[in-house]
Ligand binder design. Sequence first.
Ligand code: 13P
Length: 255
Amino acid sequence: MGKQLIAGNWKLNLTVTEAAALAQALATESEELLHRCDLLVAPGFLALETVRSAVLGTAIQVAAQNAYHEPKGAFTGEVSFAQLRDLGVYWVILGHSERRSVFGEHDELLARKLKGALDCGMLPIFCVGESLEQRESGAASTVVKAQLQAALSDLPSDVAARLVIAYEPVWAIGTGLTASPAQAAEMHALIREELATLWGEASGKSVRLLYGGSVKAANAAELLGQPNVDGVLVGGASLQASEFLAIAAASCETR
Ligand code: 13P
């Protein structure tokens, strides 16, 4: 049985001072919960070091929200995986729908980023998900499968144990609309099937699958109770310690 992963994506929120206070609150209030689930927070780049120090000595993990695949060079404004590792940050979110839609990150770039992260020994959380238009036109499965294939088809099966995939339907992000438990379960089953086809059943099973999109304390238990849901990726509701910890309290053991 594996622990579920409760991950908070703080996006472009919180000053370094505010991030430190939130991390401190999580560090002091999560001791009991960490026996039953894994907790991870993803602050902005500027707060990574401060947050990492605040949770040092606890089992809370820290992730970056993005990074670039080139190790160094003339890439103004970018941050490399090696720089993150040097800071003691091993987790990274890649392919978030806001990176895809607001910053134009396309499948090919994301495949390079994912490979770069894995080559550098990082632990990526790779996001996939369809837009409302795509869901309404019946293309959700095709879109998610294509995103997975573009990112994963050149990777060997031995990366599976280090990989987390987050299914975040774009229409559910920050909208208050959540995928129904049945919709989440259906897409997670499809993702699991894709992974098994690509890497074999055992490796496919070792990838943790998170659901993201308007997760809050009130709906977490139902989503976390679905088959193939190994955790959640939480945006807005991760900005308050009490709400985030209430989500973590809803976690259970899976597989
Ligand atoms: P919300 O929980 O605010 O909908 O955001 C989800 C998300 O994008 C997490 O990465």
